[in-house]
Design a protein around this ligand. Structure first.
Ligand code: AHM
Ligand code: MG
Length: 334
C-alpha cells in the first residue's frame, strides 16, 4: 500500500540543517589538496569559543570580572576574562597538528607550536581573544576575532598582507553566540544552539547592503579626527542617519554586515595610527566585509594590501557598504 509522505517541518526555521562542522567538511571539496587541517583549526575555534561563551555567561557568578593587575603589550589593563579567553584558545589550538604559529593580542610575541616538521600545510592563527572588553563589566557584547594564514619557512614572523588570509572570522557573544566565517568563498553565519552544543548555519553568502543610513564611530573623539571625517559625519547627520556604537568592533561590524552602513575607527590626535590592530582585528574583519561585497580601507589604501611591519601594528579602519565608503572617501579627499 502506498504511503503518503508527511510534510517535514524545517528544524530551527532553516531550510537545510547544517552544523559548522558539516559546513567545513563540504567546503573542503573546494580545495583539491585539502587534508582536513583547516577544518581541524575551525573546529578548534568552535570548541574554544563555545567554552569562552559559557565562561562569559557565568562571569559574574564565577567572580572572573575585573582586572588581573597587569598590562598587556599595548599598555592596557588586562581583564581576567582576556586572560581566560586567550588561554582557552592557545590550549585548544596548540593541540591541532596543522597549527604551527599562534599570535594573540594578549601576548607580546608569536608562539611557535608543533615545531616538528611533517607533511601537509602548516598554519598561523592570529586572534584577538576578547574584543571590546570594556563591555564585560556591564554584560555588553564582546567578541573573538581570528585570522588564518598558511605559514612558510621563509616568513616565520607571519607578517603577510591580509589578502593572503586563508580564512577569517569572528564570534559575537551577544544575546546569542554567532560564528561568522569566510574561507574565501563568501561569508556564512552560524548560531550556537546551547541545547545541543553546536553551531548551526543560519545564513549563507551574506551580502552587505549597498548602502545603509547608519554610522558607527566613537564620536566623542571627533575633535581629534582629520577634517574629512568630521565633514562626512556632518553630512550623515544632515541626511538623517542614525548613529550606533557598541564599543566592541565585532558587534558594530556585525550590524554593518547585516544591515549596511559604515564602521570607522579613524586616526586621532592621541592615536595617529588609529587604535585597532592590523593583524588580528582589521585584516580578518576586512576579509569578511570584502567577501560580503563591502569595502575595507584605511581611507588611503585597501586594508588587505597593507604590508605589515609588526604583529601589533595599528591602522585606521573603515569598513562598510560600498556607497557609504565612497561618500566618506570623497569627504576625505576634498
Ligand atoms: P580591545 O580589543 O582592547 O577591546 O579594543 C578594541 C575595541 C574595539 O572593539 C572597539 O571598536 C574599540 O576598541 C573601542 O574603542 P574606544 O573605546 O576608543 O571607542
Ligand atoms: Mg580588540
Amino acid at each position: 500500500m502506498a504511503s503518503t509522505a508527511r510534510n517535514i517541518e524545517p528544524i530551527f526555521g532553516c531550510s537545510s540543517f547544517m552544523t559548522l562542522q558539516t559546513h567545513m567538511l563540504a567546503d573542503e571539496h573546494r580545495f583539491r589538496d585539502a587534508n582536513g587541517a583547516l577544518s581541524w583549526i575551525i573546529s578548534a575555534l568552535a570548541i574554544s569559543t563555545k567554552t569562552i561563551s559559557a565562561r562569559l555567561k557565568r562571569a559574574r557568578l564565577e567572580d572572573v570580572l575585573g582586572e588581573v593587575g597587569r598590562d598587556n603589550i599595548h599598555g592596557e589593563h588586562q581583564q581576567k576574562l582576556d586572560v581566560i579567553a586567550n588561554d582557552v584558545l592557545v590550549q585548544v589550538l596548540r593541540g591541532r597538528d596543522g597549527v604551527a604559529v599562534l599570535g594573540s593580542e594578549e601576548a607580546d610575541d608569536l608562539l611557535f607550536v608543533n615545531t616538528r616538521t611533517g607533511d601537509g600545510d602548516r598554519y598561523a592563527v592570529l586572534f584577538d581573544p576578547l574584543d571590546g572588553t570594556s563591555n564585560l563589566d556591564v554584560a555588553g557584547p564582546v567578541g573573538t576575532i581570528f585570522s588564518i594564514f598558511k605559514t612558510e619557512p621563509s616568513n616565520v614572523d607571519c607578517l603577510h598582507p591580509g589578502a593572503q588570509q586563508i580564512a577569517a572570522g569572528y564570534v559575537l557573544y551577544g544575546s546569542s553566540t554567532i560564528f561568522v566565517l569566510t574561507t574565501g568563498a563568501g561569508v556564512h553565519m552560524f548560531v550556537l544552539d546551547p541545547s545541543i552544543g553546536a553551531y548551526i548555519r543560519v545564513e549563507e553568502s551574506i551580502c552587505v547592503p549597498k548602502f545603509g543610513a547608519t554610522y558607527s564611530i566613537n564620536e566623542a573623539n571627533a575633535a581629534g579626527f582629520p577634517r574629512g571625517y568630521r565633514r562626512y559625519l556632518q553630512q550623515c547627520r544632515d541626511e538623517g542617519f542614525s548613529s550606533r556604537y557598541v564599543g566592541a568592533m565585532v558587534a558594530d561590524v556585525h550590524r554593518v554586515l547585516l544591515t549596511g552602513g559604515i564602521f570607522m575607527y579613524p586616526p586621532t590626535q592621541k592615536s595617529p595610527e588609529g587604535k585597532l590592530r592590523l593583524m588580528y582585528e582589521a585584516n580578518p574583519m576586512a576579509m569578511i566585509i570584502e567577501q560580503a561585497g563591502g569595502v575595507a580601507t584605511t581611507g588611503c589604501e585597501r586594508i588587505l594590501d597593507l604590508r605589515p611591519t609588526g604583529l601589533h601594528q595599528r591602522v585606521p579602519v573603515i569598513l562598510g557598504s560600498p556607497d557609504n565608503v565612497t561618500d566618506l572617501k570623497e569627504c576625505l579627499s576634498e
